[in-house]
Design a protein around this ligand. Structure first.
Ligand code: DX5
Ligand code: ZN
Length: 213
């Protein structure tokens, strides 16, 4: 599956962006919420996303790069989101947050920063629907892929297989045709891509190529 990240879109012309996105091979639309505290950048919040969500025919994959994400389960649900991703590093009571998300009827995703090992998920892997591995330090689009992520994907694939978990593996940051192919080979299920898709001269074709990996 692929999930274009709207962070790299032209926000002055969202209707045009959605006219191709909705016809594309994209499976989900990835939405990056940043608070300027958990990450050194601010993106967009729920009053903006409320309008953006209405333009999308694709299921929404919301990635919260914010402190205390448990405060916003209702807001994410009200967007009609399919997946709600919270950072492991932002949740003191991760198990509780995961169940709040599931009880709200969404897939619960747990995100790991590049320096957080996969092993921290051992005791929660059977309770989560998705693990999002960051392959860049979160906060900005267009950064370079951290190659060690490939080892983490393989480790996570082993953990999932050994535990009987059904969690999907999603990867976010610096994904292009080259790193995307490596990630697929390592066992990734969902590829997020911002700059590679929105920066392409033909974004529809970029989606198609990434989907075909
Ligand atoms: C980074 C965000 C990403 C970002 C990816 O903090 O979580 O979703 O949009 O952008 P690219 O694909 O350009 O690295
Ligand atoms: Zn993201």
């Amino acid at each position: 599956m692929i999930a274009p990240s709207l962070l790299s879109a032209d926000f002055s012309d969202l209707r045009r962006e959605f006219s191709w996105l909705n016809q594309s091979s994209a499976d989900w639309l990835h939405l990056d919420v940043m608070d300027g505290v958990f990450v050194p950048n601010i993106s967009f919040g729920f009053p903006v996303l409320k309008h953006v969500a209405r333009l999308s025919d694709k299921p929404l994959d919301v990635h919260l790069m914010i402190v205390q994400p448990e405060k916003f389960v209702r807001e994410v649900k009200d967007l009609g989101a399919h997946v709600m991703n919270v950072h492991f590093e932002a949740c003191t009571h991760l198990h509780r947050v995961v169940y709040m998300i599931r009880e709200a009827g969404m897939l619960a995703g747990v995100t790991l920063n590049p320096a957080t090992p996969v092993s921290v998920l051992r005791d929660i892997i059977c309770d989560v629907d998705l693990v999002l591995l960051m392959s860049v330090n979160p906060g900005f689009g267009g950064q370079k892929f951290i190659p060690h992520t490939l080892t983490k994907v393989a480790e996570l694939r082993d953990l999932i297989n050994q535990s009987g978990s059904k969690a999907l593996i999603e990867v976010d940051g610096g994904v292009n045709l080259e790193t995307g192919a490596q990630l697929r080979k390592a066992g990734a299920d969902v590829l997020v891509a911002g700059n590679y898709i929105f920066g392409a001269s033909d974004p529809l074709e970029a989606c198609r190529l990434l989907s075909a990996l």
